[in-house]
Structures are given as C-alpha cells and as structure tokens.
Design a protein around this ligand. Sequence first.
Ligand SMILES: NC(=O)c1ccc[n+]([C@@H]2O[C@H](COP(=O)([O-])OP(=O)(O)OC[C@H]3O[C@@H](n4cnc5c(N)ncnc54)[C@H](OP(=O)(O)O)[C@@H]3O)[C@@H](O)[C@H]2O)c1
Length: 291
Amino acid sequence: MKIAIIGSTGQLGTDLMKALRNEHEAIGLTHQDIEVTDYKSCLLLKKHHPDIIINTAAFHKTDQCEEEPIKTFSVNAIGARNIAAISKEIEATTVFISTDYVFDGLKNEPYTEEDTPNPINTYGISKLAGEHYTKQNPKHYIIRLASLFGVAGASGKGGNFVETMITKAKKNEPIAVVDDMWMSPTYTKDAAATIKKIVQSKLPFGTYHVTNQGYCTWFQFAKEIFKLLGLNPALTPIKTEQLKMKSKRPKFSALESIKLPKYGIQIREWKQALHDYLIEKGHIHELTPRE
Ligand SMILES: NC(=O)c1ccc[n+]([C@@H]2O[C@H](COP(=O)([O-])OP(=O)(O)OC[C@H]3O[C@@H](n4cnc5c(N)ncnc54)[C@H](OP(=O)(O)O)[C@@H]3O)[C@@H](O)[C@H]2O)c1
C-alpha cells in the first residue's frame, strides 16, 4: 500500500516510518513539506494519491494551548478537517492520531472505546473536534494514544518525560513528580507496530485505543525509569495542584482497548516497553535485568 505519514520526523512519525517502509511505500511528509492548517498545502496529498493518510501533526503543548486556542484549533481541528476532506476526495483512508485527553479523568478506571469523551482543556477539546472532522470521511481510523515516549522525542514538546527524568538525575537535581495523575505510558514503537496491524489487517473503521498495557502515576513511572537505570536521585511525590499549571488535566486518563483483543492484537505491558526503550536509546544494555 502507499501510505503518507504527516509529521514523519516527529516522535510517533519516526517510528511509523520505520514500521511501514519495509513492506509498504511509505511517503514521509515533514512540516516543511505540508502545513495541515492550509488546505492548499494539503493538496500535495492528491499528487501522491496514497491509499492511507496518517496524520500525526498536532499542537500539543497542553498549557500553551490554553493561551493559543486559535493555533490549537487550526492545527488539531481544522488540520484534521483538511486531511479528512482530501482523503475522502481521493478515496483514501484517514488515520487521525488522537489522545487520552479527550476524557475528563473522572472514571477512575481505564477508558475504553465505548466511553463518552468529555474533554476538560483546550487541547482535548480541539482533538475531539479533530475526531469529529475525521469522521466526515467514512473510511477512517481514530487512534487514541497516551503519554508517549519514543527514540525521536516529541518535537512539539522538546523531548519526552523519560529523557527529562534522566537529564535531571544526571545533573543531580531534586526531582518532584505528581503522584495523583494516572496514565498509560506508551512506547511509540509499539504504537506504530499496532497502527500498522490495524491498517494492514483492514480492521473495521472506527476508534481504537492504542496504549501499552497497564497504568501508573507519573511518579511511579519516574521510579521505574530510575530503577531500570540503577539511579537513585532525590525523587519526591507531589500533588498536581502544587505545579500551578495553566491547563486542567484529567486525573485518571489511562486507556484500554476492548476492541483490539477481539482481533488478536495485544500490546505488551508498559514496563517491558520502557525497558526496551532504554536499550534502544542506549541508556542500558541488552542484558540488564528488568526486575
Ligand atoms: N506526545 C504525547 O505524549 C501524546 C499523547 C497522546 C496523544 N498524542 C498525539 O500523538 C501525535 C504524535 O505525537 P508526537 O509526540 O509524535 O508529536 P511530535 O513529535 O510533536 O510530532 C508531530 C509532528 O507533526 C509536525 N507538525 C506539527 N504541526 C504541524 C502542522 N501544522 N502541519 C504539518 N505538520 C505539523 C511536527 O513538525 P515540527 O516539529 O517540525 O513542527 C512533527 O513532525 C499527536 O497527534 C498528538 O496529539 C501525543
């Protein structure tokens, strides 16, 4: 298949390119190649005429989204609209990458594809709008991911949580991490492999939750990172309100899929994924024991 990947040098895009290019004609489109907020720029897709268009582009600095709602909606909602409209015209399948932040976090157990979104911040509202626009193309997959870590690091966020923790520990900085916000840490390599399976197996169109199995607080995630690295920095659990963030965040945004197991697709547990990430990134060696 011919598959266009928008945001191909981003954290997820990099792993999508790696996952897809051996078996498919993967067309990587960087931000320089295409501007999703500009319909005319998106017409480039017509020239390539792919079977599938995967849109990973986003403005996802959650706090900044509160200050820049127009930019946030331009990229996350209007961008999705442009891609869905062009996909529909050329009869391509649209894959829109969405987020756990479409949920309000009040459920206190993992959200499935059957739960009703109710975003509580501008980023989440804009991504939900993007989901709705994506549905204008009947041939669509909405893939909700969460708390990504991948070797490329999020270009829109300047890295990822794992690397931030490692940098702070190496500088011997005291580290305070929230212990009352729960999520599903997800390795972009596993997310990319799963997205590949979904499109390749031609699963029914619709919404899928794609995260590593299990969940934890950000503090527990940090603890596991340091345990695997054999580091022992001054790590303190704190409450979310101590951070005085501009944007509200869901307290419990872990995701699980009740659809993928029905098609025999299981994603490994987040601790195993983290271990492999640390190897891939060269932080630990292959033989470092996990437990
Ligand atoms: N990171 C997370 O923890 C997380 C969690 C849940 C869901 N998600 C979703 O997952 C997707 C991928 O995240 P990621 O971490 O891979 O992000 P990323 O590293 O920031 O990648 C996004 C890519 O899109 C490009 N891009 C940004 N704005 C664009 C625009 N207006 N037009 C065209 N391209 C544009 C970026 O290019 P430049 O950097 O050159 O601008 C970058 O290559 C996003 O849709 C995000 O909402 C992320």
